[in-house]
Design a protein around this ligand. Structure first.
Ligand code: BGC
Length: 368
């Protein structure tokens, strides 16, 4: 109930802020509100900031281009920035501050570090910008207005279920021996993906149908800092040495495609058979690997749809309307429950790849 009331108060406060901010705007365009009222948004060609993390996976590269083009097409002025590869947190903090100074009306953030942006977000909010968390939640701030993402818990559940299905296909009867990997601890998604996967896998571990060979089942033990491929490869190398001299490895829970390919590479370099390996993001090389029968599965989170929904939110705010949200309970950022728009992720194996990517001109040809 605390969350529920927290959310209501927060949404009310946002509406108040919107009215106050618009009332004092000089060059704001007047548009009727969604409810037929006289709320105002902001000028149609306003600056919209997009602060993305380092390009740790293909989806971020795609998102940058889609935001630049999509915002421009919608008539906005776009400022799309990526955090650098090494000093990601400081870079992103500085970029958000610069966007605020330049007068951005909305700042979309794909957080490099979920817990280290509250100061910059507070300043942006104070200056009158709306803040949207894109794909990754921003923690411990009352100043985050909206969150738009694929259902991250569901992503984890789909990975866990696919791993289990794949293991059963590989060997009809358990126990199956697996290893668990998770993403970067500074990305809130990493823990949510892992929880979703363990929601499916833990009961099987409890029943001893699944054995985690190394015994490393804690999210901290399985984490790969910065979502770095080399980190996953190094951990897999270590696990193979410590645990899989003669023992067979049946499956690996990998949180995304970049790490999945690094894990597969580590295993292949020892001339071991490739186990059932999960992934996420539908990266080109992983879709090829799936079609070649190597990586077992990935998740389709069509970046085009996520960016489109985000731009829809920006358009609604510009027009002085409340953006569409479809979840008001799942994402508590430690301070408030953030009004969220969630999109459904889809699990993809070789069996349904053609269908899953039918509308994706880049991936569809790979499934023929
Ligand atoms: C995204 C994943 C991505 C990962 C690494 C996560 O926050 O949701 O799609 O694989 O970051 O870039």
């Amino acid at each position: 109930m605390r969350n529920f009331f927290g959310k209501s108060v927060a949404v009310g406060a946002i509406a108040m802020l919107a009215l106050t901010a618009c009332g004092s705007g000089r060059d704001d365009e007047t548009k009727p509100g969604s409810n037929g009222g006289s709320e105002k948004g902001f000028a149609a060609n306003s600056l919209i900031g997009v602060a993305l993390p380092a390009k740790t996976s293909e989806n971020w590269v795609l998102a940058g281009d889609l935001f630049t083009n999509g915002l421009k097409e919608a008539g906005f002025t776009a400022d799309v920035q990526y955090a650098g590869a090494s000093t990601t947190v400081a870079d992103q903090q500085a970029q958000i501050t610069a966007m605020t100074t330049k007068g951005a009306k909305v700042i979309v953030v794909g957080a490099t570090d979920a817990a280290q942006l509250s100061t910059q977000i507070a300043a942006a909010h104070k200056a009158g910008a709306k803040v949207i968390a894109y794909d990754r939640l921003i923690l411990n701030t009352p100043d985050l207005d909206y969150y738009v993402a694929f259902d991250n818990f569901k992503v984890g559940q789909l990975q866990g279920q696919a791993l289990l299905d794949g293991l059963k296909k590989k060997k009809a009867k358990g126990p199956w021996t697996i290893e668990l990997f998770s993403g970067s601890p500074d990305d809130n998604n990493a823990g949510v993906f892992f929880k979703g996967a363990m929601d499916v896998l833990q009961p099987e571990i409890d029943k001893k149908n699944i054995v985690v060979g190394s015994g490393q089942t804690d999210v901290k033990q399985t984490a790969i800092q910065g979502w770095k491929a080399e980190g996953a490869q190094a951990r897999m190398d270590q696990l193979l040495t410590s645990t899989y001299g003669s023992k067979e490895l049946d499956g690996v829970l990998s949180p995304n495609d970049t790490l999945a390919r690094a894990i597969i590479q580590s295993i292949k370099s020892r001339n071991k058979p490739v186990p059932v390996v999960t992934g996420q993001d539908s990266e080109v090389e992983s879709v090829k690997s799936i079609m070649a029968g190597e990586q077992y599965m990935t998740i389709n989170k069509d970046t085009r749809n996520l960016v489109k929904e985000t731009i829809n939110m920006v358009k609604a705010l510009q027009a002085g309307n409340e953006p569409q949200i479809n979840d008001t309970k799942s994402y508590n950022n430690g301070t408030k429950v953030v009004p969220t728009y969630l999109l459904p992720p889809v699990a993809v194996t070789k069996d349904n790849a053609a269908e899953a990517y039918a509308n994706d001109p880049k991936l569809a040809p790979l499934t023929k």
